[in-house]
Design a protein around this ligand. Structure first.
Ligand code: MG
Length: 204
């Protein structure tokens, strides 16, 4: 794995083994087409995926409104005080994300799309080699991400889903629900599971 900065220096919730799996799969699946991720946060996953896609002269589109998810707001369980915005009522991850891209020399390989997944997805046209879903964990948002984006994955491309916990006591259900939807649809087959990272290949 060839990363220009240490992932430990980037804020985020991605496990190093999951990051390495994203890197290795992006290296493979970006040969088919560009990659796209839902949920940029401070750029830890973009570091892994973008560093791999860069090797194939391919782009990673990274979509986030940069206002944090429900559980990351001030006063909530996963709030990082460094990220609280000037109003004190919300968070802003964009400066951290852009700094990660700059430090990692990924500014021309990762395209930051500052938008909700819905607004970006409704108008999307480009077929994708890999989609990584790591956005909001509400059931509505997770389902929407799955339905909006899975159609854009090329046959033989990859759908990666983060925070898939088969046992409810390990974490929330929505990512696991969309993982089941993808399997039940028979459009995807599981090609790997690394900790909570599910890897599903679109059947050709
Ligand atoms: Mg996650």
């Amino acid at each position: 794995m060839n990363l220009s900065i240490d992932p430990k220096t980037v804020k985020g919730f991605l496990d190093p083994e999951e990051g390495e799996a994203l890197y290795n799969n992006a290296l493979l699946y970006s040969l088919k087409g560009p990659c796209l991720e839902i949920g940029s946060y401070c750029g830890k996953s973009a570091l892994y995926i973008g560093s791999a896609t860069k090797i194939n002269n391919q782009i990673l589109y990274s979509i986030d409104h940069h206002k944090g998810s429900e559980e990351q707001q001030p006063g909530e369980e996963y709030c990082d005080p460094d990220l609280i915005d000037e109003t004190g009522k919300g968070i802003n991850t964009l400066p951290f994300f852009l700094e990660t891209l700059k430090r990692a020399d990924l500014e021309s390989s990762v395209s930051a799309i500052i938008s909700s997944s819905l607004d970006a997805g409704e108008n999307w046209k480009k077929p994708l080699g890999m989609v990584f879903i790591d956005g909001s964990h509400t059931l509505e948002a997770a389902m929407q991400d799955y339905y909006l984006w899975h159609e854009h994955i090329l046959p033989g491309g990859l759908l990666a889903i983060h925070d898939v916990f088969p046992d409810p006591k390990d974490g929330g259900r929505p990512p696991h629900e969309i993982y089941l939807k993808a399997i039940e649809s028979r459009l995807f087959q599981e090609v790997g599971m690394v900790k909570s990272l599910a890897l599903l290949e679109k059947i050709s």
